[in-house]
Design a protein around this ligand. Structure first.
Ligand SMILES: Cc1cc2nc3c(=O)[nH]c(=O)nc-3n(C[C@H](O)[C@H](O)[C@H](O)COP(=O)(O)OP(=O)(O)OC[C@H]3O[C@@H](n4cnc5c(N)ncnc54)[C@H](O)[C@@H]3O)c2cc1C
Length: 365
């Protein structure tokens, strides 16, 4: 009997055939740790992503999404299906007045988006230049730099429920966006995959120059392009390029402490670098690690970057063992010296967070 597949069966079959077994993730995380994904596929369209999720559900495989792998600490082989996000497309809508809406597919490169937006003359994300990774991962930890966070311009995110395959939009204010955090990093991890974001940008805007010494580096009355170029310059001077020296950017969050704890620390360390934050203070973790003597230290194939103590680097290791030991040592010495507990910024894989798939559009309100 001559069975013919229809177009949709053929598409499903082609996507399922693209799934690979025991694939090294070394090229898919900027620490370059060489653990394996049990199953691995690249999603380059929403339809392909739906097929992959349906396949994983049918076989009861856990799903992990990776964008650029620049905020990951992979510390073991990852069971289930790892999907690499390559959804693409940008759509701009001009509104009357000062507003531009931009809908961007989650697999687009974040820095290339910033460059495009600056070239168009639209304001809002110029300070977030040169942050590696994808657009879809940007809300996951509410990326931020130089006094700006994506939360400042994020209108809503489009998500797909990994079990039901339903696609819907969630308002940014319902995503738990906070300092380097969101529900996507905790209770929504593996429940929702971000498939697109909508940004609200301005045709005329205020430049934010008051952080990280930007105002000292730009000329008087800088243009949007000047700020973008300066941010790129400063970052290139301070941060290692992950394609040259493996790293995941800041390894620790800046700890937030109460006013009382801050006063105690200032009395003991008058040059402590800190900033008022909500009801308390945010401490510069890089300064604390540097003062504890770690900057430039190397340890069994990994180390602390010599120009920025907040960044841990991997010189040659295939596994995360040395890095985990170094992390524990740094945390202990900061705790001993300042009585402050450091929290890791990158997301660890395989995930240890238990998943609540009962969440759906209705339960979000
Ligand atoms: C040199 C360097 C500098 C950096 N500087 C900064 C900085 O200034 N500010 C800052 O905030 N961060 C910074 N980072 C961290 C990192 O670039 C950002 O967090 C970035 O948004 C991660 O994007 P990604 O695509 O690489 O995410 P990945 O590392 O692939 O994933 C990170 C997490 O998000 C999840 N995820 C990825 N895509 C999706 C999706 N579509 N839907 C749901 N979950 C998803 C993953 O499962 C994982 O839990 C830096 C990193 C490096 C290497």
């Amino acid at each position: 009997m001559n069975m013919r597949l229809n177009t949709s069966d053929f598409f499903t079959q082609t996507v399922e055939d693209s799934i690979q077994k025991n694939m090294s993730l070394a090229a898919y995380n900027t620490f370059r740790f060489a653990y394996q994904a049990e199953y691995f596929a690249i999603a380059d369209s929403l339809d392909a992503l739906k097929v992959l999720l349906a396949w994983a559900n049918r076989l009861e495989h856990h799903v992990t999404m990776i964008g650029g792998g620049s905020n990951l600490l992979i510390s073991d082989d990852v069971p289930g299906l790892v999907i690499i996000n390559r959804l693409s497309g940008i759509n701009a809508r001009e509104h009357s007045g000062n507003l531009m809406s931009l809908t961007v597919a989650a697999g687009e490169n974040w820095h290339q988006l910033v460059e495009f937006v600056v070239t168009q003359g639209w304001f809002g994300i110029e300070n977030l230049a040169l942050i590696p990774g994808t657009v879809g991962a940007a809300p996951v930890q509410n990326i931020g730099a130089y006094g700006v966070e994506i939360k400042d311009v994020l209108a809503r995110v489009q998500v797909i429920n990994t079990v039901s395959g339903d696609v819907y939009w969630i308002n940014a204010r319902d995503c738990g966006l906070a300092y380097r955090d969101s529900y996507f990093k905790s209770k929504w991890q593996s429940v929702f995959i971000i498939t697109a974001v909508e940004l609200s940008l301005k045709k005329q805007g205020q430049l934010q120059l008051s952080y990280g010494g930007l105002s000292d580096r730009v000329q008087a009355q800088p243009s949007l392009k000047d700020v973008f170029n300066t941010v790129c310059q400063v970052r290139n001077e301070k941060l290692p390029d992950p394609t040259v020296l493996a790293n995941a950017g800041s390894f620790f969050k800046n700890p937030i402490v109460s006013q009382a704890k801050h006063s105690e620390l200032i009395a003991r360390f008058p040059s402590l670098v800190s900033f008022p934050f909500e009801q308390g203070f945010k401490l510069a973790a890089g300064w604390m690690i540097d003062q504890a003597g770690w900057k430039g230290k190397q340890f069994q194939g990994v180390g602390v970057y010599d120009k920025q103590a907040l960044v841990l680097v991997n010189y040659q290791e295939d596994t995360a063992d040395s890095l985990l030991t170094l992390e524990a040592q740094i945390k202990q010495s900061v705790l001993d010296l300042y009585g402050v507990e450091l929290e890791r910024e990158p997301v660890q894989l395989p995930s240890t967070i238990s998943v609540d798939h009962s969440m759906n559009a209705e339960s979000l309100g």
